[in-house]
Design a protein. Structure first.
Length: 721
């Protein structure tokens, strides 16, 4: 196969301004979406142009072109390609979607050969070892080549061997694929100290994987309790207007059901569902948003071994091959995190349960265009699968939630800050009634904040009062202006002194503005949740509190909505859903157990919401937006454009403004002034667009790359902070 050197712009986070030279099949057009090996990971790239004079030390690695017919499933194919190559260091995967037959075709480029005999095809493991390394032969033998060959004979996938150039490097390290000893209470269910059929992550020290060989012998000795049909599930119809119904063919054919549960009931419900699936010979996939949930429920599921399995984000293709092989037997249950959606592309499941479908963890961090829930739905569409939504927050289908009356309270005004004996000002944003001791409280902030004051949402710098330098300057909702209580400044159009953008945001009432008091346990940053002591009355934190601190049972749950005064998007239904999720996780048992602190929501929703009113307001807003299960593809896009000089920056600023205004769906556009940096000039800003799809985004990137500029776009889901 003829090879060509290309200049490829990497689309991975943090490397969007870099370009590398890669080799790939000849004929790729500029703007082609490709997968490349970068820093040991399979990443997304965009072909800029052919490299007529590649440097002598050029980075030449296999380049994988991804083609698809669904306009919004390009990121889905990238992750499927990642699965095809994960754990195989000397094999490059080529994955295509046949738009006519709606079938996946996998091509594996192995070794360095232009011709293969039939005998070599039958002994591909030995061949790869002969043409490449002994490690390649070992990896193929361990990673289930036999299973891939069986799928090829059945027509499930198509294997094509061809010249691949220099072998690539996958994102998986073989040293990370380890088996672990089962610790108590799991060890009580194990034989010879091991738990057959379970792939356990982080639960002990590594041990010899030879225990895998004894599973089939032990499987006959296991018996499973009979299970009854689970009550509480309700059949549901796909709501009209969901954008995914148009984006993903045959999704309407998937049977939909939903129910609600709490954290204390989650393990028992999943165990009952698993037992029922095993007894009926069905194949069940349970997708959990976070690893700690799996660790929380796993002791309850140990008795189901060896018919339950775990698939995590770091599980290699050998684990996937083993699970797929077991699924052919029927009566198997697979638990996994958000990355478990990959299995739906390789194996057929009879049932899929999505736990806590509104959890923010399903949004991909490495690839912002990918939502794991969207990928999961694309994988099960048209396969006769039944989808169950096991909800911990407010129901996305009928708005039902926990039976608590929610009280809404405004934060303590900054003007009421009390001066302390040391001259500092107590600017705690929490109302005084929610700071009184004697009541066990859990206080959750929807963002960290940055103490009292202003911060530029573009460059991130703190903004003091331009007159007196006070940090007490803030945005007044009443006067619609920035006000300083120390010098009396009143300015409706205050700009950031560093980047020149009018994007100053009041960081009230962020977590960092909380004043620590006796009995407080404040969890910040990467700090792990510690066990609260007997003197702890109030646990305060952000997303870390989605994993309940052990031994802490609050009487009140308080969710603080940190309003963004310059935000163009009000996403307050997500705040109600977050409060409902916290109530189901903690189950407070005191008087007035549910509180929502916000500056603007009390005026919008009132000071008290009954469960019925809460459900009605939530579903009313969801119906208007027609979002329900999934967030929009992207609303606010922040960008930074780098050039060599000011003249080029001014020209690009004008051209960029024209380009973004012409994009369908652009409603807000803000461009900052060029800022001189070390060796370059930066132009930054943001625009709001709720209709931008990946293909149009790729074209926008290419048009800007062609003008000698580099661009990094970051879609922001939900409220813009």
């Amino acid at each position: 196969m003829e090879q060509q050197a290309y200049i490829v712009a990497t689309l991975a986070r943090g490397t969007a301004s870099l370009g590398f030279t890669y080799s790939g099949p000849a004929g790729l057009a500029a703007g082609s979406l490709v997968a490349i090996s970068l820093r040991g990971r399979l990443e997304t790239g965009l072909v800029l142009c052919e490299d007529p004079e590649p440097p002598e030390q050029a980075k030449l690695l296999p380049l994988i072109e991804l083609q698809h017919s669904w306009p919004r499933i390009g990121p889905l194919l990238l992750r499927l390609a990642e699965m095809a190559a994960a754990g195989v260091h000397e094999v490059a995967g080529h994955l295509l979607l046949d738009g006519v037959a709606n079938a996946l075709r996998l091509e594996l480029a192995i070794g360095d050969s232009t011709q293969l005999t039939e005998d070599e095809r039958r002994n591909i493991g030995k061949l790869c070892g002969k043409l490449g390394t002994g490690r390649a032969r070992t990896l193929l033998r361990e990673n289930g080549w036999k299973r891939l060959s069986e799928l090829a004979r059945l027509g499930g996938i198509r294997l094509q061997l061809h010249f691949a150039g220099t072998p690539g490097v996958s994102r998986s390290d073989v040293r990370l694929r380890r088996w672990y000893k089962a610790e108590l209470p799991l060890a009580e269910m194990a034989t010879d100290g091991y738990l057959p059929g379970c792939y356990l992550h982080g639960l002990g020290d590594a041990f010899d994987p030879q225990g895998w060989l004894h599973r089939e012998q032990k499987q006959e000795r296991w018996s499973y309790p009979a299970a009854d049909e689970i009550s509480g599930w309700q059949d549901a119809d796909w709501p009209e207007g969901w954008r995914l119904l148009a984006d993903i063919p045959q999704l309407k054919e998937t049977t939909l059901r939903h129910t609600r549960t709490t954290l204390s009931e989650l393990a028992g419900m999943l165990r009952a569902e698993s037992s029922l699936a095993i007894a009926d010979g069905r194949r069940l996939l349970v997708v959990l948003p976070q690893l700690w949930l799996q660790q929380h429920i796993w002791p309850e599921l140990a008795g189901l071994a060896p018919r339950n399995h775990w698939y995590g984000s770091d599980s290699g293709i050998s684990v996937a091959s083993f699970i797929i092989d077991r699924l052919d037997e029927g009566g198997q249950v697979v638990f996994g995190g958000p990355a478990a959606w990959k299995l739906t592309a390789w194996a057929g499941f009879d049932d899929v349960i999505l736990v806590d479908p509104t959890h923010p963890q399903y949004g991909s961090e490495r690839e912002p265009h990918l939502d794991y829930r969207e990928a999961l739905l694309a994988g099960i569409a048209g396969r006769g699968c039944r989808l169950g939504l096991l909800e911990l927050g407010l129901s996305v289908l009928d708005g039902s939630g926990p039976p608590y009356t929610v009280r809404l309270e405004e934060p303590r005004p900054q003007a009421e800050g009390v001066e302390r004996h040391d001259g500092s000002v107590d600017t705690d944003p929490l109302p005084l009634r929610l700071r009184q001791p004697g009541v066990r409280r859990l206080v959750h902030f929807n963002r960290l904040g940055s103490s009292r004051g202003l911060r530029c949402v573009d460059c991130g710098s703190l903004a003091d009062c331009p007159n007196c330098g006070s940090r007490r300057i803030h945005y007044s909702q009443q006067s619609k202006a920035y006000v300083c209580p120390d010098c009396g400044l009143h300015d409706a159009r205050l700009r950031c002194q560093k980047c020149g953008l009018a994007t100053l945001s009041s960081q009230l009432p962020g977590l960092e503005a909380v004043q620590r008091r006796s009995g407080d346990l404040i969890v910040q940053g990467n700090q792990s949740v510690v066990r609260p002591g007997p003197e702890t009355w109030c646990v305060i934190g952000t997303s870390q509190l989605l994993e309940p601190p052990p031994g802490f049972h609050p009487e009140q749950v308080v969710h603080v909505h940190a309003d963004n005064q310059v935000g163009y998007i009000e996403n307050w239904p997500d705040e109600l859903d977050m409060l409902a999720r916290l109530l189901n996780l903690y189950e407070p048992d005191g008087d007035s157990p549910a509180w929502l602190v916000s500056e603007r929501l009390p005026a919008l929703l009132g000071t008290e919401l009954s469960p019925e009113e809460l459900s009605r307001r939530y579903m009313q807003e969801m119906a208007l937006r027609r979002l329900a299960l999934l967030p929009p593809f992207g609303l606010v896009y922040r960008f930074r454009l780098f050039t060599r000089d000011f003249s080029s920056a001014q020209t690009l600023r004008s051209e960029l403004g024209d380009e973004l205004k012409k994009l369908p769906g652009t409603s807000v556009l803000r461009l900052g002034r060029p800022v001189a940096l070390s060796g370059s000039v930066r132009l930054s800003g943001y625009f709001v667009n709720d209709e931008l799809d990946p293909l149009e985004l790729q074209r926008l990137r290419w048009r800007l790359f062609a003008r000698q500029g580099t661009l990094s776009l970051q879609p922001v889901r939900g409220p813009w902070h």
